[in-house]
Write a protein that binds this ligand. Structure first.
Ligand code: THG
Length: 369
């Protein structure tokens, strides 16, 4: 894959914040849920260091919502996920694998319970809306399913707590991890959750009033100087170090939740019914034959555009490398790989052949940090 620009058209949606991040120096995009998702503002190493020490504001509007509303909303949401939501509470977020009838993964969204009959599925990069509509139609559920006008701004990093307190007051820091509530900005209510795709702490503002969201975005940068606020985006290095998985990169619809280490979000013992439940029971009983693991690779540069085979010293395939980056913290390349039995144990060694070089690979547990 060469460095050609990608042609823009209606299929690749911009976000309300696009013109702002372009003035602020975005240098790369990816496409996520058919929408622009910023991927870099200059060096991702510098951005990673900044994210770990300071605070960043991210345009993550591409984390689209699928709203499920109506009498059968809770039933449909539960049918889609192997996580038991029977004791779920309004005002809470839940990280939920979405599973198909083969027991394979469809997505790994954050699900927000807005009301008993109103839910937002905050999706990773796959078309959950059609999956939901198919299930609702086939089961004759009384629900409305649509993509609401919600464009998330994430505020991430250790200084996010001070920045948010300055804008929304002390009450914002009473939010518990994965809790959400409504907070006022210049007379407009915004749903804010304590969440985000980094392990450096932070919040996500689910902007419904676009103009107020743009005013809020600008306000952050007007007052953010004292916190060394910078624009940013989900950071490849930070997310791999932290073991935050990426649908479509680290796993997809050919993988099941046990292979991906989602065991704690798979509730097979409760009464609830969800798609793929019997398949998952069988997979659990038979045991998995491969697992997502960390790998340390003896090199200082990599740019993965497809998965690469990992081998042992006899040339047998031991797994495939699905994401990788240079980590300044480990001073080598780290990656996330689907490793086959019997190699999926920490300390197993292997090789990665890349551009005629054979690099030493060591398997380790996730997360790295
Ligand atoms: N925020 C929102 N929507 C999203 C993401 C997000 N949609 C797409 C994508 N990210 C979904 N994937 C993830 C993956 C991990 C987490 C959130 C979304 C996450 N995990 C925590 C962890 O691993 O420590 C907590 C999980 C838990 O135990 O509940 O935060 O980032 N709105």
């Amino acid at each position: 894959m060469k460095n050609y620009p990608i042609a823009k058209s209606r299929r690749i949606r911009s976000t309300p914040y696009t013109s702002r991040i372009e003035k602020q120096g975005v240098t790369a995009y990816t496409v996520y849920n058919h929408m622009l998702l910023p991927a870099a503002f200059g060096s991702i190493e510098d951005s990673c260091n900044h994210l770990k020490k300071e605070v960043q504001v991210w345009d993550v509007a591409a984390e689209r919502q699928v709203e499920i509303f109506g009498e059968d909303a809770a039933k449909l949401v539960q049918l889609m996920t192997c996580r038991d939501l029977s004791k779920s509470k309004i005002g809470r977020c839940y990280y939920c694998p979405i599973i198909d009838d083969n027991g394979n993964l469809v997505n790994d969204p954050v699900i927000l319970k807005l009301a008993e009959d109103r839910w937002w599925i905050s999706i990773a990069d796959s078309d959950v809306i059609f999956f939901a509509k198919g299930l609702a139609s086939g089961n004759k559920f009384n629900v409305q399913i649509f993509e609401p006008n919600v464009d998330i701004i994430a505020i991430q990093g250790p200084k996010s707590f001070s920045l948010m307190e300055k804008v929304f007051g002390k009450k914002i820091n009473e939010l518990k991890f994965f809790g959400f509530d409504y907070f006022d900005f210049r007379g407009v209510k915004h749903l804010i959750a304590r969440s985000g795709w980094s392990k450096q702490g932070g919040f996500e503002v689910y902007v419904e009033n676009t103009q107020s969201g743009l005013d809020l975005y600008d306000h952050f940068f007007e007052i953010g100087g004292e916190f060394n606020l910078k624009p940013g985006c989900p950071n490849l290095i930070e997310r791999i170090e932290s073991g935050l998985l990426s649908y479509g990169n680290d796993f997809d619809n050919n993988d099941n939740p046990f292979e991906c280490g989602f065991d704690k979000y798979v509730n097979l013992d409760s009464e609830i019914s969800f798609l793929g439940k019997e398949k998952l029971k069988k997979i659990k009983k038979d045991g998995i034959k491969r697992k997502l693991m960390g790998v340390l690779i003896d090199t200082n540069k990599i740019n993965l555009t497809k998965s690469l085979k990992l081998k042992d010293d006899k040339g047998n395939i031991i797994g495939d490398l699905r994401s990788a980056c240079y980590s300044p913290h480990f001073k080598k390349v780290i990656g996330i790989a689907m490793i086959n039995e019997p190699y999926c144990r920490a300390s197993v060694t292997g090789l990665l052949e890349i551009e005629g070089n054979s690099l030493a690979v060591k398997v380790c547990d996730l997360p790295f940090i």
